[in-house]
Design a protein around this ligand. Structure first.
Ligand SMILES: N[C@@H](CCC(=O)N[C@@H](CS)C(=O)NCC(=O)O)C(=O)O
Length: 218
């Protein structure tokens, strides 16, 4: 009953999935494709693994195969109470958080993968204050985690995206005490602390080789 999770050999989109598996202490293995040998994915596994919508990350457990990182997070989250069922309104708020996190993550990726990184970064750091201020206020309204008292899958996505930002610009969270406290507390969860201290976790590369920032082992 081991989960196989596959992705490029980077942090990227897959990290929250690893964090959730680690937190829930579910047995898993990783398959890491290398950019220098991308045909192993593109020409071999993408065509032959029997994924209905071939993409990476993908997850395989016995005969069960799926792609789409958010769907994978929710699937694993439901198993461990990290994506709880609630009223229509509670579910809507969780979805709102997930979509907001995805916007945050995608804007960061666009910065990293677009030419002109150094010039674009200046503008990006001005604009990201809007998203960070919203998260700061959201947490400041008495929330320990993004969904209140209990961790949910969005927290794993949020931590990861925050950490990528700090890797890119170490002072980016300085003006946001609630976010900083949140991030430290997430890192102090025993399963997460173990993972971050283990050789299963590497700070770099954050992004794929084609990126203009974070694509190297730094
Ligand atoms: N919406 C998908 C996007 C996945 C995606 O774009 N994967 C990229 C890496 S970030 C990839 O290289 N996919 C392999 C492919 O398109 O063949 C998800 O969240 O899983």
């Amino acid at each position: 009953m081991t989960y196989l999770v596959a992705y490029w050999n980077i942090r990227g989109f897959v990290e929250p999935i690893h964090l959730i598996l680690e937190y829930l202490e579910l047995p898993y293995e990783t398959k890491r494709y290398e950019y220098d040998n991308a045909d192993e994915w593109r020409e071999k596994d993408k065509k032959n693994l029997g994924l209905d919508f071939p993409n990476i990350p993908y997850l395989i457990k016995d005969d069960f195969k799926m792609s789409q990182s958010i769907a994978i997070m929710k699937y694993l989250g439901r198993k461990g109470g990290l994506y709880p069922t609630g009223s229509d309104e509670e579910m809507a708020i969780m979805e709102q958080t997930m979509e907001t996190l995805m916007d945050f993550r995608v804007k960061f990726a666009m910065l990293c993968y677009r030419p002109g990184f150094e010039e674009n970064k200046v503008e990006y750091l001005k604009n990201v204050t809007v998203a960070l201020s919203q998260f700061e206020a959201w947490l400041g309204a008495g929330r320990k985690w993004l969904n209140g008292d209990n961790l949910f899958v969005g927290d794993f996505q949020f931590w990861s995206t925050l950490d990528y930002h700090e890797c890119m610009e170490p002072t980016v969270l300085e003006a946001y005490p609630n976010i900083k406290k949140y991030k430290t507390e997430f890192e102090s969860i025993p399963q997460i602390a173990n993972y971050l201290a283990s050789d299963r976790f590497k700070k770099f590369p954050v992004n794929g080789k084609p990126a203009f920032w974070g694509g190297n082992a730094e």
